[in-house]
Design a protein around this ligand. Structure first.
Ligand SMILES: Cc1ncc(COP(=O)(O)O)c(C=O)c1O
Length: 363
């Protein structure tokens, strides 16, 4: 859709990236790290001061003690952390429960490891988890369950009740939990982020994946981390050792300092919530019907008052004719389930959102 957006000079509300600048201070810190000669390989598990800052942040946010030496590994982004996790635990024939619509890397990453994705649909239109369906999907081959909150593409978030249900599902099994928490700091309406880090009994069997790209508006930096208990981290690092091995050092040095600034990550939710609200308010002038979004960069919308086309056809036509690119939600389902919903990305400058809505009003 981004290529189509460029071709048709459309406003791109498709791909999830901010079009406003990242923090000057973080930019300054990475420049300084480079000038100070932090330009060589860092240790395989990551720059220790950064792992210590992550551990301090986790203690502050989630009241958990995480050992920076044995439980945190810095990775080149969240996607890599997820891929390495799946490669660490999967064998041929294993099954992994995946909720759909799903971030696009999960299923290919499962399949490349010879395993099978067992998909469970989130319940439209609020995209909550159907725990009965999850229980029915579990078999003796179930190796892991992937959760993602706040959720891409729908903006749904899990509650404490979901955590209780998750606990019931995995109790007495060897099922791993893979928790994709890249949108940890993009949660709205005063809802608490239900990080797996809050729950020691679940953390015991979990790989929890994060991304600095999402937290600091620098998706192109591709730097993140994985938190897992020592025995699991040891295995994870065997995969990491012979893949990326060492992540970009100057960014790690900069982030080690910047992470101590609590305001920088605590203020993100409100800033992004204001963008969600502004976009929702602008969209009231169009014939789209907005669904709920409680987190992430994304909000979905129905277009039944405009067209009854399938979502892919409609999204393509909207890009070409109206000049606004979005993502059709059916692409996040293996089977292409089409609820006739488009995903809009609202982490954009006010002017960008206004320019897009101006075009949509006329459509
Ligand atoms: C749910 C989800 N997980 C992981 C990622 C990837 O994060 P990173 O860019 O750090 O690899 C994304 C990015 O869009 C995402 O939406």
């Amino acid at each position: 859709m981004s290529a189509l957006a460029t071709e048709h000079n459309a406003v791109n509300l498709g791909q999830g990236f901010p079009d406003f600048p990242m923090s000057d201070e973080l930019t300054r810190l990475v420049n300084q790290a480079m000038k100070n000669n932090f330009n060589q390989y860092s240790p395989m598990p990551g720059w220790m001061p950064l792992r210590e800052s992550i551990s301090e942040k986790a203690a502050f946010l989630y009241q958990v003690k995480i050992n920076p030496d044995t439980e945190i590994t810095i990775t080149p982004g969240g996607t890599y952390a997820l891929y390495s996790t799946l490669t660490t635990i999967l064998h041929s024939g294993d099954e992994v429960i995946v909720f759909e619509p799903a971030y696009d890397s999960y299923v290919p990453n499962i399949e490349i490891n010879g395993a099978k994705a067992i998909t469970v649909n989130l319940v439209y239109p609020d995209y909550h988890i159907d725990w009965v369906a999850v229980k029915n999907a579990i078999t003796a081959k179930t190796k892991a369950i992937i959760i993602n909150s706040p959720h891409n593409p729908t903006g749904s978030v899990i509650s404490e009740k979901d955590i209780q249900e998750l606990r019931k599902v995995v109790e007495g099994t060897n099922i791993f939990i893979i928790s994709d928490e890249v949108y940890e700091h993009l949660i709205f309406d005063n809802l608490p982020h239900q990080s797996i880090l809050r729950y020691p009994d679940l953390l015991e069997r979990s790989f929890v994946c994060f991304s600095f790209g999402k937290t600091y508006n620098c998706t192109g930096w591709k730097i993140g981390y994985c938190v897992a208990p020592p025995a699991l981290t040891k295995e994870f690092r065997k995969v990491h050792q012979f893949n990326c091995f060492s992540c970009h050092t100057p960014s790690q040095v900069a982030l080690a300092t910047f992470l101590k600034n609590k305001d920088a990550y605590l203020s993100l939710s409100l800033m992004m919530q204001e963008k969600r609200d502004y976009f929702k308010q602008l969209m009231e002038q169009t014939r789209f019907t907005m669904l709920e979004s409680h987190g992430s960069y994304f909000i979905c919308a129905k277009y039944n008052r405009i067209s009854d086309e399938g979502d892919k056809d409609f999204a393509i036509r909207l890009t070409k004719e109206a000049g606004v690119a979005t993502i059709p939600v059916s692409v996040f389902y293996q089977g292409g389930k089409d609820d006739k919903v488009l995903r809009f990305c609202f982490c954009k400058k006010k002017e960008t959102l206004e320019a897009a809505v101006e075009k949509l009003i006329r459509y």
